[in-house]
Write a protein that binds this ligand. Sequence first.
Ligand code: ARG
Length: 581
Amino acid sequence: MKSHTQSLLAESLNALKQQGVVPADFEARIQVDRTKDKSHGDFATNLAMMLTKAARKNPREIAQMIIDNLPTSSHVEKVEIAGPGFINFFIDDNALANQLMDALNSDHLGVALPQSQTVVVDYSSPNLAKEMHVGHLRSTIIGDAVTRSLEFLGHKVIRQNHVGDWGTQFGMLLAYMEELRAAQGDQAQMELSDLENFYRAAKVRFDESEDFANRARKLVVSLQSGDAYCNKLWREFNDISLSHCHEIYERLGVSLTRNDVRGESAYNADLEQVVADLDKQGLLAESNGAKVVFQEEFKNKEGEPLPVIIQKADGGYLYATSDMAAMRYRSDVLKADRALYFVDLRQALHFQQVFKLAKTANFVREEMSFEHMGFGTMNGADGRPFKTRSGGVVKLIDLLKEADTRALELVRSKNPDMDEAELIEIARVVGIASVKYADLSKNRTSDYIFSFEQMLSFEGNTAPYLLYAYTRVAGIFKRAQDVDLSDATIVLEHEKEKELGTKLAQFGEVMNRVVSKGQPHALCAYLFELAGAFSSFYEACPVLAADTAAQKKSRLLQAKLTAKTLKQGLNLLGLETLERM
Ligand code: ARG
């Protein structure tokens, strides 16, 4: 409750800064104290006195302005000015307790559902020519957590896996596949099980043989002009490549299916129209034979324009061209209210440019919002982009296998007597959860250092800590099976009960932030704090050994809601929970 009061005051102070009552750069430490005498309410602050100088107002006057700008809170019964300018808060514990009871009886933890929107989420979106690597991990798991959260809040989500399945590199791959087929027959299929190798070998052939390179170029042209043989080959190639991706999704527990795939090639037929429409509106210019669009606001540091390239001199289309077509599809056919793009921050300029251009060219509905949810780079221990010891790209599958092995060691060391099958199952959950949580708990836009030691630690804001905290809370019920809770109700008396209750009541607010800003780390931080609030509560407030039966039941209900909230929160992040570990 204390921190709740503090955050109400912080919001009021911000409002006063925006109104110019308090200088914007004024730094106030907001102090809130518990009152000694309950006739003065539950909490008091001297904030008004701190502001008198900066606001040039007398304390009672500024105190009233603070009160007028407080956000409404169902937990605050009354706010009063006392003495020279203290502000006293009277907390309504019953309102809070009622809210918690509602949350317990609701299948949405009592979260008020916002108006439902249709939201396109563009995530994962690997390039099929190569094997998925760690760079795509962030998009896949952050996008998935936000997708689950949107659905939880009642939005209609359309997943779009905008895979890179088109472009000149496919000529090279097709030429190589053709060559292998001629030499090995059906055996050639096997070579595709390691796409990275396949790609490298194709590139070697391309560089060493002029014949091969010519063949590759011809295949691109045939492919693009719809030649049946080339298309069959290309389809097979993509099919195998996609099945590798889906193996990974399954292992990660990510909810993407084949139906969600709509890659660059899906827009081939629309590209000519994109160019024609931009041309009709007089937006196209020519630069070295290519068709480009210059936009006023996009210049480099030297002030030189940064155009969007729409069509190359040889007639080929580009990444931006298919994105223009995709935006149109998302607006007109999918009729989305929002489209969220979970893509590396290094593509920020690309998205700013195409988003702007699509609006200028009226390709999309004015009211639809396009949001690049960019993310930073995942680095190795040396702070540099993640590489294998030999300097190669780390494959996602190898990373997940290592997480699994390390988690097994960890779980075995904690449970030397557990049988092997259970150990393996627990390790699978802990391993994947650790990799995902380490990523999700970081601010999306920061780079971060990938560390198995850190992510598999039982201390700090980690998956093992939270999964374990959940098993502990859930475990309390195993020891309270005989307690009948049907007539029980929550009564908040002890300070720690109130603090836990306040935390529990914030779940809805946090979920709204996750979906509006695309920030799953807010949910991670919340769950970590919730687990902490529960620990403090459990230390201070005996549950099974409570003084009265009513108190015991009330505390059990709070434990029950904590378990429910932890489980729901972890599931929304895409983590499975365990009953024991
Ligand atoms: N395939 C691209 C890459 O790996 C990401 C595509 C993101 N989505 C989009 N609509 N551009 O860089």
